[in-house]
Design a protein around this ligand. Structure first.
Ligand code: SF4
Ligand code: SF4
Length: 188
């Protein structure tokens, strides 16, 4: 392991980073086995959805179906351990004193992509949902970071009022895109 700072190097001396023992490995295997038993479906649709999103096969109608359920609260982004977007603003800290501060922002919110002149290339909620799930699931990120950007923590499931956390979006994208593939006329 290599840390980027002295603080990070110091953190590596913590017992949390010590090498695992055979007992740890056995415990890890046991936890994984227990978790697998809790899955109700043996089939994962995840990689079909990664493929559909990467190859831009997901229709506007599907994104609209997802976007129509988004209440634009921003909760999924604020809770997500892999969302890091922010904005910069000023606040008054004294009669004539101001400071520039960085605060969380979320791609779900209408102002996130609004430019200085007022133009907003992602005005509709479904365009913004499209962007978020592209950023989480596109194959481009697997090539660049060796992993999709979603770690599967489920926080967006817990917080979403519209029931469009990651698993439901994966299911909607996979089902609607597979259905439209089935109904496409065969190439002559
Ligand atoms: S399940 Fe994925 S998208 Fe949802 S909060 Fe966790 S890391 Fe983020
Ligand atoms: S938590 Fe759900 S409703 Fe809120 S912004 Fe995210 S997708 Fe939209």
């Amino acid at each position: 392991m290599v840390a980027g700072t002295d603080k990070g190097e110091a953190l590596f001396t913590h017992p949390m980073f010590r090498k695992g023992t055979p007992t740890h490995l056995a415990r890890r295997r046991q936890i994984l086995d227990d978790v697998r038993k809790r899955f109700k479906l043996a089939t994962s649709w995840y990689w079909s959805t990664v493929h559909y999103i990467t190859s831009e096969q997901v229709s506007d109608a599907t994104w609209e179906q997802i976007g129509n359920r988004c209440l634009e609260c921003g909760g999924c982004s604020y809770m997500c351990p892999t969302c890091t977007c922010f904005t910069v603003t000023e606040r008054q800290v004294g009669p004539a004193d101001f400071e520039r501060v960085r605060i969380w922002d979320a791609c779900a919110l209408g102002g996130f992509t609004r430019m200085a002149g007022g133009f907003n290339p992602r005005r509709a909620a479904h365009d913004r949902r499209n962007r978020r799930f592209f950023r989480k699931l596109a194959h481009y990120f697997i090539q660049r970071e060796l992993s999709v950007a979603c770690v599967g923590c489920g926080r967006c499931v817990e917080v979403c009022h519209g029931d469009i956390g990651m698993p439901n979006v994966v299911e909607i994208v996979r089902r609607t895109t597979a259905e439209s593939e089935r109904h496409e006329p065969a190439a002559s």
